[in-house]
Design a binder for this molecule. Structure first.
Ligand code: ASP
Length: 310
């Protein structure tokens, strides 16, 4: 693997190999007092974040450190970006300083792809850690790892993705990955929160959450991304929550084995009730835990495996 920019077009065999590596790493590290492998000793990984993040940035940093890479975090607010430096110049600077891999989060869709072009000559790997409303491939991989752990397989499984699909890079990455792995994806959202061209995606669409829940093996709740909204997409937070929030009554409509996912950050009481988020059906903490192993696996496939670019 040279870069990880999107799950759209990602070979399902490669995705499965990453999931297998993540699972192996998880078992290798389980119960160890010192969680450190020598695999990436001498390699330099830089996280370059132009948007806020808790889980993604921290878990990439931990993943790199647990594999003995040197990890450096650059945030737009404290770098020369604040002095007006362009993304291209910032990226070339990081490559010249010795980055083997740049992990980028950026508000513009397509930013990771552009970066991979600029860094091709330097041979620096690029990981998309979320670009605008486009993709967030490592989130989809960690969601897939969590679902595979809980459900065993993807074939014939029906996964609901609920809420603000329009602004969600998590939804987009999951739609491509989960369907490529053999699951059926159903989007449940008000018409105003579905993307244009939804008909061309490998999904079915519904506006009725109650009607879908009894047939779902997993339900992924999405945050309403107010920071990307300019205008009214629904009448009020209360009405949104009544129609699309996963509350205790609704959770009872799910089959007993069904898994509840959320990429975080959660708006408790809006898209998900606390009683649901903290219930045994919820795999939200497991998602975060698996995120570290999946990101270790991605770094391994980019920088250390036989198929790696460098
Ligand atoms: N953390 C995810 C993302 O960065 C989901 C969200 O922000 O709602 O896309």
């Amino acid at each position: 693997m040279k870069h990880l920019l999107a799950t759209d077009g990602l070979d399902p065999a490669l995705a499965t190999a990453v999931l297998d590596t993540a699972e192996e790493l998880k078992h290798t590290l389980l119960g160890r007092e010192v969680r450190k492998l020598p695999t990436l000793r001498g390699r330099t990984v830089i996280t370059l974040f132009y948007e806020n993040s808790t889980r993604t940035r921290v878990s990439f940093e931990i993943a790199g450190k647990w594999m003995s890479a040197d990890v450096i975090n650059v945030s737009a607010s404290s770098s020369s970006v604040n002095k007006g430096e362009s993304l291209r110049d910032t990226a070339l600077t990081l490559a010249a300083a010795g980055a083997d891999c740049v992990i980028i989060r950026h508000p513009a869709s397509g930013a990771a792809q552009r970066l991979s072009g600029w860094l091709a000559e330097a041979g620096t790997a690029v990981v998309n850690a979320g670009d605008g409303t486009h993709e967030h491939p490592t989130q989809a991989l960690l969601d897939a790892a969590t679902l595979r752990e809980r459900l065993g397989s993807f074939e014939g499984r029906r996964i609901g993705i609920v809420g603000d699909v329009l602004h969600s890079r998590v939804a987009r990455s999951n739609i491509h990955l989960l369907s490529a792995l053999g699951a059926e994806v159903v989007l449940v959202a008000p018409p105003t929160l579905l993307p244009a061209g939804v008909e061309s995606l490998p999904v079915t669409v519904s506006h009725e959450l109650d009607a879908e829940l009894p047939a779902l093996d997993a339900v992924m709740m999405l945050r309403v991304q107010a920071e990307r909204m300019h205008g009214g997409f629904f009448p009020s937070a209360r009405e949104y929550s009544i129609a699309y929030g996963l509350n205790e009554r609704r959770m009872k409509l799910l089959p007993e084995h069904a898994v509840v996912l959320h990429p975080g950050p959660m708006l408790r009481g809006m898209e998900i009730a606390s009683a649901v988020a903290d219930s045994p059906a919820s795999a939200i903490t497991e998602q975060v835990r698996n995120g570290v192993h999946v990101r270790m696996a991605v770094l391994y496939h980019l920088l250390a495996s036989e198929g790696a670019a460098a």
